[in-house]
Design a protein around this ligand. Structure first.
Ligand code: FAD
Length: 438
């Protein structure tokens, strides 16, 4: 490990305290239910600021929260009364097009990554909403429209630089600290604060196609069963996706690459029967990546519950199409390159999931909090008999039980050993926490 120099020096222009201009804006995150008030926010501009902030928090006994995109649904990034390490000023992305590499700073958003790579016709897997952070998304796995072809974001991680719980700066890759590198690919923010991600890029072109067929929820089960069967043999350019909301079931796929080939594949959906509406939209890849930005925008109250589903039997489909119309359920296909990575190669788990299911609710009136959250919980609870686990990045308030659903026992044991080595005091615990050994 390399020492980073001066322990706790942070210049005043990087620190926000309650009452300062910009303090309230800096503590706001995606979910409007989160109203935490840190004692101090350190707006980090470089790795040495992050190291100094870690040391300062430890010397002052302040709880640490790490903020990148601020999309943790429970607001883990913002420690109430603690020190928020705000990485958002570290949002740079550097691309080496011929080497097919991007170096992404730890506070960058997905939109910055796509904007930097797409001028070269390159991209790597990123999530479906461009204001999500590269930090949280990559460290938990990173699912997106390119994953069936090119693997999860964490599968495209080549190396990273991070600040440890002691404020040291270390690198991790297959060759340097390989066990740490294993844990950073799926183990979340438990082992340190990543200040730079090196990501592998792919020639993806710049075009995408979305195909969506709407059905009335009442009679949609046979169509959804056919959609599920077609998914099993779908090409990797296609990611099958479905939503169930407001008594409408939307079935289709997103295609990355030659839109003409996507349109040709769309013909298989004729087997679903006549839809109420059919939308085939060709667009730029960057527009696809921003398509849900407004719908999934900030300032609303949010809650969700999710599952991985290894198979989607007819009985599960019956439950899905009959769900509470106020809850927005999404089902997104996995498989392809995700499933080809050996399970023990990364901390990320459950590569055998066929689909990810999320039941989400959004609202504005705090008086509705309990009712809305209960609706999402109830929808997800009805699918528990068909669930095989959960994606760590979709966990919210489940605590240790959720973490046990995200990782099988042998992975959890290996992650615990890594936590013992890198953060035995559990300095980084505002996350989906892997506690050190007792
Ligand atoms: P933050 O709240 O800033 O960070 C969450 C946690 O990640 C922090 O508490 C910290 O523990 C850790 N962390 C963040 N950055 C770093 C860093 N640089 N170093 C160390 N630890 C860090 N997931 C997908 O896989 N695919 C999707 O398509 C997708 N879409 C989403 C859309 C929306 C609207 C939302 C809200 C979430 C979505 N997610 C998706 C889930 C997303 O991956 C997680 O919410 C993730 O934690 C968000 O990361 P963040 O950096 O934006 O959040």
């Amino acid at each position: 490990m390399t020492e980073t120099g001066p322990p706790t020096t942070i210049t005043d222009d990087r620190v926000l305290r309650p009452g300062d201009d910009g303090y309230d804006a800096a503590r706001q995150v995606w979910n409007a239910m989160v109203d935490h008030r840190p004692a101090m926010i350190v707006r980090c501009r470089e790795t040495s600021d992050v190291a100094a902030a870690v040391r300062l928090a430890r010397s002052e006994g302040l709880e640490i929260g790490v903020r990148c995109g601020g999309h943790s649904v429970v607001g883990h990034a913002v420690p109430d009364g603690g020190l928020m390490i705000d990485l958002t000023p570290m949002r740079g992305v550097r691309v080496a097009p011929r080497r097919r590499r991007a170096w992404v700073q730890g506070g960058a958003l997905l939109g910055a990554l796509d904007a930097a790579t797409q001028p070269y016709g390159l991209a790597t897997t990123a999530g479906n909403v461009s204001h999500t952070g590269v930090g949280g998304l990559t460290l938990g796995g990173g699912m997106g429209w390119l994953a069936r072809k090119h693997g999860l974001t964490c599968d495209n991680l080549v190396s990273c630089e991070l600040v440890t719980a002691d404020g040291d700066v270390v690198r991790a890759s297959e060759d340097e600290n390989p066990e740490l590198f294993w844990g950073l690919r799926g183990g979340g923010g438990n082992f340190g604060i990543v200040t730079e991600f090196e990501l592998r890029l792919h020639e993806t072109g710049t075009r995408a196609l979305s195909v969506e067929l709407d059905f009335a929820a009442g009679g949609a089960a046979p169509a959804m069963a056919r959609w599920r069967d077609l998914n099993a043999t779908a090409p990797r350019e296609a990611t099958y996706a479905a939503t169930v909301y407001d008594s409408v079931v939307t079935l289709g796929f997103v295609w990355i690459g030659d839109p003409a080939a996507g349109r040709e594949h769309a013909q298989v959906l004729d087997a679903l029967g006549p839809p109420l509406d059919r939308r085939v939209v060709e667009m730029a890849y960057v527009d696809l990546q921003r398509r849900e930005d407004t719908l999934e925008g900030h300032a609303l109250r949010r809650y969700w519950k999710g599952h991985y589903i290894r198979e989607l039997p007819d009985a599960a489909i019956e439950v899905l199409v009959a769900q509470d119309p106020t809850v927005a359920a999404s089902v997104q296909a996995y498989g392809g390159a995700i499933a080809e990575v050996p399970d023990d190669a990364t901390a990320y788990s459950q590569r055998d999931a066929a689909f990810e299911y999320v039941a989400a609710v959004r609202w504005t009136d705090p008086a509705e909090d309990e009712e809305r959250m209960a609706a999402a919980r109830a929808s997800a609870a009805r699918l528990v008999p068909y669930a095989s686990g959960v994606y760590v990045n979709v966990l919210g308030d489940e605590g240790a039980e959720g973490v046990r659903r995200a990782y099988p026992p042998e992975k959890l044991a290996r992650l615990t050993a890594l936590k013992d080595a890198y953060d035995p005091g559990n300095v980084f615990h505002l996350n989906q926490n892997i506690p050190p050994s007792p």
